[in-house]
Design a protein around this ligand. Sequence first.
Ligand code: 1CP
Length: 343
Amino acid sequence: MSEATKPILEVLSGNRQKVPPVWFMRQAGRYLPEYRAVRERAGSFLKLCFTPDLAAEITLQPIRRFGFDAAILFSDILVVPHALGRRVSFETGEGPRLEPLDISDIGALPTEADAAILVPVYEAVRLVKRKLPPRVALLGFCGAPWTVATYMIAGRGTPDQAPARTFAYREPEAFARLIEILIGVSSHYLVEQIRAGAEAVQIFDTWAGVLPPREFERWCVAPVRKMAVNVRREIPDAKIIGFPRGCGASLATYLDQVPVNAVGLDWAADPAFVHEHVRGRAAVQGNLDPLVLLAGGEALDRAIDDVLANYAEGPFIFNLGHGILPETPVMHVEQTLQRIRLS
Ligand code: 1CP
């Protein structure tokens, strides 16, 4: 079966599918008992990311269980700082920890990733690709420079990204250097994932929504635009999904500047705004509230129907508005897929 017959790739080429293809952000992860079992045996999260057999196995788990239309490579956005020589660790139940970056560290950062560190990621892509059912597409990903920088500066996840926002106001030149390094390294990382077999890539800008418009343009829009241009210079028909989470009406600016094939919406997006500003320019992906997926029942059915009514008449990929929560019952994911596919 040729690549063109994979429903997600069709949508990314602008062709609406009668039954919208579906995948979920963080579809491989802690809500799955089979993930928890592998994670317990492996011990460390980074060991999962950098052991191709394990990363491939975890990537395939939600495909086997639910039959999603895309597999997303199991890894994390923070492997990039790790490959730039920053210490990264993942404490169970606490999230990631990095050594916080200060202004003197930025001057000393390498401008290229340690290639050997990322090789196992590309090997995992190759392994998954060989084992995927023919209709299922393989997605690669990375974090957008702004979002990755927020973790590098703060050393951890923060509720409002205050450390990076403050740093960017006080030290714009040093911050710009950090962003430029991340643009270069992340563009190359995506190109290598595609060369290894990823059929589309998603750029996660999870914390795009905390910036005022001027900063959003400087630290989110311009860098992701440069990344898309860099990737397409190497791979002209590369399929790119942008996910500037929480950016509200600034989505129009993002789409003016960033040449993405699809844009991921969070659950707060306004359908009328999306119709006016997104339709005809990019496919839509999203945007079920992860909390309604967790809650289940009739509220879930109603929310699925709303998402379909709002977006499925154009090129559309069904997804969540952000990652699946670890407490989500597996049954609710099954309920969702059944309802979409009967629609
Ligand atoms: O087992 C564990 O304890 C680790 C939990 C976990 C998992 C399963 C983390 C730590 N990362 C992941 C996998 C992951 N992360 C994927 C895999 C593919 C998938 O199934 O979707 C992806 C795409 C990511 C991307 C990622 N990591 C983002 C962007 C998307 C998003 O959800 O916002 C971000 C912000 C991260 C950082 C990160 N890594 C892990 C956690 C818990 C976090 C968030 C930390 C925080 O902000 O507090």
